[in-house]
Ligand binder design. Structure first.
Ligand code: GCV
Length: 682
């Protein structure tokens, strides 16, 4: 009998399956739970009295996937100290899950499933989890035409043209993934905001999303364009001290809350990189933020006002946010939080923390991290960012003496604002695997986990992510965890070691361009502004003999950073212009040390390739090949970075690359000609 060709292929497929492994596309993220069978469902019970939709969702997740003993879920409204957290007690015969709010039950359910999926010991459970921050929020830099600024995972998830009538199933999947790691808020649109988002039509679209997210405990926020009154309704201006403008915002906010009663508030980028703001009318950031805060106050809404401001003046860019905001300390309403990037320049592979943290003692502050890898190889490079996030959270500001870490300055333990918050720019797009690189999912995951508990270690987060996303096999988990833990430092090494920063190609920020000098471009967007290479040495003098940015740090950090010998070498070229022949702590010259770092970065990525190739048997074929191919790109890019930077800096140092290191494989002139067309980031 002749077989239909399709059947024949199917037989081949099943025959070959054990050899090649099955395919997974990454769309399930870390939520690869297998449904329990009917027998298990009959044997154990998930009990719940409450009928709140979020509590029912928690029950449904456990009903479908929990393989352990019966669970009693209990809502104890009096247990307020738990906030959105939960308590889990139990043993092999029964588990008790208690929360003060329905969302706590859902978070508790995901905690139990995480324990199950990572094969944790669950014989004796006594867990109490209370989130460190009230608001754990993603910032989407998504435009209304569905391009994503600095997005490397395809177009925006939000199909504005179809909303509010057609609802993509991914909206709910997105909400579920966020809830599973404790994220409870999202800003849907780019901080370079189109005023259109505040029109009646768009409010209906936003409402449709908010209605889906609500069940998962997620509140919607919007980025607001400060000129909206003028642009949308033809007001003469958008001056925050004019009553007509204030009234416009009050009416607009009322309209939003009529449709979205749990609307979170506004995120605002004002007077920054060409965006409009209160300074257009001679007003301050406080005037602008307070006007919006007053409109939102009756509904419990918040303003997240960004401190990312700088202008092409004589002043060091790294100092400007501090100079602008510190004088305004105490002038902001209590429902305003100043949102501060982790570093004073812009999401570089390594920066010191922004000195504004801890410097405003009467103003609520929150961190903005960047999950999307604008400056870390887009979605081509494997860079696990938990160590970067932790580096900032754990940094001691000394603002109230030793132990005043950035985490404590922002989590409410030192200064108490109305609400505490932590944010990060999302790396999520329409790609099947959500984030472009399978390992970039780990950065979304890590942000959520750290926003919940900033004391978790990067290793532990990597560990649980790997186990849920791939496998529990120790032979896989151990080397992959090591690779992840080494990955961010590897990127620093092959891109910008020892405190170098912002030597990226103009605008798209992907490849190296230390020689970059675009005609007519702003100096503070040019690599030479940051590296200052000359015949004497390399680096930005931010000591008292230079821009004196060190003076913005509390003692003893000002003198630690300010001393060429006391400054941590990982930040040396951030704070100092260092002679090529300067002796480093290990006795090498700066030049040799620089070469060794670049080379080490390259070798490490090659090591990641070896690690990954050896693990083929543990991974499904699709994800194996996709990661393998990204690692090839990363490896080539690392050599490109190393050659470009070393050959260029060598034109100043005039010193040889140490002879035991691999020789450059490119010509500098050839590298200078590379111009990537990346005007669209999708
Ligand atoms: C949203 C950097 C990025 C911009 C971004 C800006 C910001 O400059 O390159 O794309 O704009 O930061 O955070 O506002």
């Amino acid at each position: 009998m002749t077989m239909l060709p399709i059947k024949k292929y199917l037989i081949y497929f099943f025959f070959l399956l054990p050899f090649f492994g099955y395919a997974e596309d990454g769309s399930q993220l870390w939520l690869r739970y297998k449904p329990v069978d009917a027998q298990t469902q009959k044997q154990r019970h998930i009990r719940l009295q409450d009928k709140h939709e979020t509590a029912l969702l928690a029950k449904q997740e456990l009903d479908s996937y929990w393989r352990g003993p019966s669970i009693e879920m209990h809502l104890d409204k009096k247990a307020k100290r738990l906030k959105e957290g939960y308590q889990i007690k139990g043993d092999t015969s029964a588990v008790y899950l208690t929360a003060a709010e329905p969302i706590g039950l859902l978070y508790g359910a995901y905690h139990l499933l995480r324990l199950q999926e990572t094969k944790a010991d669950m014989r004796h459970l006594y867990i109490e989890e209370i989130p460190d921050y009230d608001i754990r929020i993603l910032n989407h830099w998504d435009n209304l035409d569905r391009t994503v600024e600095r997005g490397y995972a395809g177009y925006s998830l939000w199909r504005w043209e179809e909303l509010p009538h057609k609802l993509s199933p991914r909206y709910e999947e997105y909400a579920r993934a966020n809830a599973s790691i404790g994220i409870n808020a999202t800003v849907l649109n780019n901080v370079n905001a189109s005023p259109q988002i505040l029109t009646g039509d768009y409010i209906q679209k936003v409402k449709a999303l908010a209605d889906i997210f609500r069940k998962y405990g997620i509140r919607v926020y919007l980025s607001a364009n400060f000129s909206s009154p003028k642009v949308l309704d033809g007001l003469a201006d958008s001056d925050p001290l004019r009553k007509e403008v204030q009234d416009w915002w009050k009416v607009k906010v009322k309209e939003i809350y009529q449709h979205i009663p749990d609307f979170g508030g506004f995120l605002v980028k004002a007077n920054s990189e060409g965006q409009p703001g209160p300074q257009d009318y001679g007003r301050t950031h406080a005037d602008g933020a307070n006007m919006l805060a007053d409109a939102l106050k009756p509904y419990g809404g918040l303003v997240m006002w960004r401190a990312f401001v700088y202008n092409p003046t004589e002043e060091d860019r790294a100092k400007q946010a501090y100079q602008e905001f510190v004088p305004l300390d105490g002038e902001f309403r209590d429902n305003v939080i100043i949102q501060i990037k982790n570093g004073p320049v812009d999401f570089q592979p390594r920066e010191p923390f922004t000195p504004l943290f801890g410097a405003m003692k009467h103003t609520a502050q929150m961190i903005e991290f960047q999950i999307t890898q604008e400056y870390l190889g887009f979605s081509n490079h494997l860079a696990y960012l938990a160590p970067l996030f932790k580096e900032t959270l754990d940094a001691d500001t000394y603002s109230e003496g030793k132990g005043s870490t950035v985490a404590r300055v922002t989590d409410g333990s030192m200064f108490r604002g109305e609400k505490t918050a932590v944010s990060a720019v999302a790396n999520i797009g329409e790609d099947t695997n959500w984030t472009g690189h399978h390992f970039a999912q780990a950065n979304w995951y890590a942000f959520g986990r750290l926003a919940w508990n900033h004391q978790l270690s990067s290793e532990d987060i990597a560990n649980e992510w790997i186990r849920q996303t791939f496998t529990n096999a120790v032979d896989f988990v151990t080397p992959v965890r090591q690779m992840m833990m080494d990955s961010r430092e590897a990127v620093v090494d092959y891109m910008m070691p020892l405190g170098l920063h912002h030597i990226f190609a103009f605008d798209h920020h992907y490849g190296p361009e230390p020689w970059g000098d675009r005609k007519g471009g702003r100096p503070d967007w040019m690599p030479w502004y940051y590296h200052n290479a000359d015949t004497i040495g390399l680096g930005f003098d931010r000591t008292a003999t230079g821009s004196n940015a060190v003076s913005q740090y509390y003692p003893p950090l000002d003198s630690i950073y300010g001393g060429i010998n006391s400054c941590p070498e990982s930040l040396l070229l951030w704070f100092h212009h260092v002679p090529w022949t300067h002796t480093m702590k290990n006795g090498r010259t700066l030049w040799d040390e620089l070469c060794i770092h670049y080379d080490r970065g390259v070798q490490q990525v090659r090591g990641f390739q070896k690690t990954w190739d050896k693990l083929q048997a543990h991974v499904d074929q699709q994800r194996f090949l996709e990661v393998q191919s990204k690692l090839k790109i990363q490896s080539k890019d690392a050599v490109w970075w190393k050659d470009a930077c070393l050959l260029y800096f060598q034109t100043f140092s005039k010193m040889p690359i140490p002879y035991d290191l691999e020789r450059p494989v490119h010509e500098l002139e050839e590298l200078k000609k590379i111009k990537l067309d990346m005007t669209h980031h999708n």
